[in-house]
Design a protein around this ligand. Structure first.
Ligand code: AKB
Length: 316
């Protein structure tokens, strides 16, 4: 039987590309995109779309019953930088939306859930390099606190009620189709746009701030791979560490200069520097590799080539 899938937060940076990937895999009509606002014309035209607030349980239940949904991908969230400005709104959105889908899972109204966590679950007391799967987690941001709590709730609902919920701790994600919104790692997307349009960029992080990053194609492939894996392979029901590459703004600048030699960077760190400084510089993802076969394909060089080609419209 063909399964029906609902994506909450389909117009965001990950949601957009996840919608296209799931539609090409399962058929446009079987993947229902939803968000609190309309998305790009291209996304809206590619299949069914519902305006839906992920924190509204009744509305969510209604859409799930109407489309006979089997799987939900909950991509709606307020990210780290914006969440610092609106703590209660962030907590309400990030937690209530998760409780809604976990409850629907508990009541057997849906069969499978994907929920994204983040490297933001770690804090200043966490080992910074090659951060292990299980370690000290004392997040110092509103967003990180919501993600760490969410991980505990996912684990609890799985072990207590048998809810099939799966999760990845995404690093910073780099993509060209949709801009990120309100994150600490957003510089790694903005820099390509500015390199092409102005040949200069002012970075809000310091030159030597190393962070774990991933190209969007890898992130989408990992998400689908995790969701397709046999349930008994998914040994971790809080969230999996996932890694591809780690670099600093200075290293990223060097990588762009290989193609745009007169590109210039300057640094004007703001409140996001403190957030970035509290996160790991690199991640140990050996459990994702051994449990469900994860392996990244994009390094910084390939990411830069792909970003500049797609944003600049010229073959590199
Ligand atoms: C952010 O910067 O808030 C996100 C994340 C790492 O979860 N990109």
């Amino acid at each position: 039987m063909q399964k029906s899938i609902l994506i909450l937060g389909a117009c965001g940076q990950i949601g957009t590309e996840l919608t296209y990937a799931l539609r090409s895999k399962h058929g446009n009509e079987n993947v229902i995109a939803s968000d609190i606002r309309e998305g790009s014309e291209e996304l809206m035209a590619s299949g069914p779309f519902e305006i839906l607030d992920a924190t509204d349980y009744d509305a969510l239940e209604e859409v799930i019953a109407y489309y006979e949904i089997h799987e939900v991908y909950l991509m709606a969230a307020m990210l780290s930088a914006t969440a610092e400005k609106f703590p209660m709104r962030a907590w309400n959105l990030n937690m209530n939306s998760l409780f809604n889908v976990l409850t629907l899972g508990k009541e057997k109204k849906i069969e499978k859930i994907f929920w994204p966590s983040s490297i933001a679950v770690f804090g200043t007391n966490t080992p910074k390099s090659d951060t292990p799967q299980s370690t000290i987690m004392e997040p110092g941001t509103v967003y990180g606190i919501s993600k760490q709590s969410g991980e505990r709730w996912c684990d609890y609902y799985h072990h207590k009620f048998g809810v099939d919920v799966r999760s990845i701790r995404y690093p910073g994600l780099i993509s060209w189709k949709t801009m990120p919104g309100g994150g600490t790692t957003d510089y790694a997307v903005e820099i390509y746009h500015k390199a092409l349009s102005e040949k200069k960029y002012t970075c809000f992080l310091k030159a030597d701030t190393a962070l774990p990053m991933m190209f969007m194609d890898d992130a989408i492939r990992a998400t689908l791979q995790l969701m397709d894996a046999d349930g008994d392979k998914i040994q971790i029901r809080s969230s999996y560490n996932l890694s591809a590459m780690s670099f600093t703004p200075a290293e990223m600048t060097e990588s762009i200069k290989q193609y745009i030699s007169d590109f210039k960077i300057s640094y004007d760190p703001d409140f996001r520097q403190e957030i970035a400084a509290s996160w790991p510089s690199s991640i140990d993802d050996s459990r994702a590799r051994s449990d469900w076969g994860w392996k990244a394909r994009f390094d910084l060089k390939r990411t830069t080539e792909t970003m500049l080609e797609n944003l600049g419209g010229e073959k590199i």
